[in-house]
Design a protein around this ligand. Structure first.
Ligand SMILES: *[C@@H]1O[C@H](CO)[C@@H](O)[C@H](O)[C@H]1NC(C)=O
Length: 255
């Protein structure tokens, strides 16, 4: 049933998982500050926030997010060390982005190479609540059936209008490539992975884009896109594949 429905849906039913704040579908509130690598990414245009995403602190001065979160003629602000975005938490560090480096092969349609490196205006101060997470090795792989964790401030359901302020998270199971191809239009085996069982509810959703999928404490994916109705699986950029590019850019842009 699900499969049929999805095959009949037009490609436009696949949405980049950004815009609007909110939370993960089918998850729970994270224990405050238990994910110190999580970044909250805001896109500012004409003094207003026009987009929200998640991100991953990969070095003191770099955050990795999804390329479809980027924009032209706008500014990006990153908040680290947040749990409740509405609270004046002492742990929070807010920094403007000095430079955005989208992957050179990124295209919005079809959505591919969906990653963007953000160079912060200055390095964060590493604390208990703000800590980079090391990149995976190029050869590290995820196995189908492996359980990973995705967190974000994204929508909790397709019908949700109100933006909750606290970080949420959910465990999702990595799916095999055939399942991903079947459920997710535009899926590419070489540079993506998909997670979230089609028979369960838990998933990343709108507003979670750019946030990391962490497997065994290693970030393996970045939330990229999913089905419009929020049903899993969702598609992630496969980080390991892009580690050489990420490392090269960070080396070139040494402060
Ligand atoms: C999907 O295919 C790619 C490339 O063929 C492979 O590297 C990857 O391990 C496969 N993913 C899963 C989850 O099996």
């Amino acid at each position: 049933m699900l499969l049929l429905l999805l095959l009949l849906l037009p490609a436009a039913a696949l949405l980049p998982l950004w815009a609007h704040a909110g939370r993960i579908i089918g998850g729970r509130a994270s224990r405050p500050h238990s994910r110190p690598y999580m970044a909250y990414v805001e896109v500012w245009k004409d003094q207003a926030v026009t987009g929200r995403c998640g991100g991953l602190l990969v070095r003191k001065d770099f955050v990795l997010t999804a390329a479809h979160c980027g924009c032209i003629a706008c500014n990006i602000r990153v908040t680290l060390g947040a749990h409740d975005l509405s609270a004046a938490e002492d742990s929070q560090q807010r920094l403007w982005v000095q430079r955005t480096i989208p992957h050179p092969e990124f295209t919005p349609e079809p959505l591919t190479h969906d990653l963007l490196l953000l160079q912060l205006e200055q390095p964060v101060v590493v604390t208990e609540e703000v800590k980079p997470l090391a990149l995976p090795s190029v050869r590290s792989a995820v196995r189908p059936g492996q359980t990973c964790l995705v967190a974000g401030w994204g929508l909790r359901s397709p019908a949700a209008l109100v933006a909750p302020n606290t970080l949420h998270e959910v465990e999702v199971e990595v799916q095999d490539n055939d399942t991903c191809t079947m459920y997710c239009a535009g899926y590419r085996e070489d540079s993506m992975l998909c997670a979230g069982s089609p028979f369960q509810r838990g998933s990343a959703f709108r507003g979670d884009s750019g946030g990391p999928l962490v497997c065994n404490r290693v970030p393996q994916g970045l939330v990229s896109y999913g089905n419009i109705n929020g049903s899993p699986p969702a598609v992630y950029t496969r980080i390991a594949k892009f580690v050489p590019w990420i490392r090269r850019e960070m080396r070139l842009l040494r402060p």
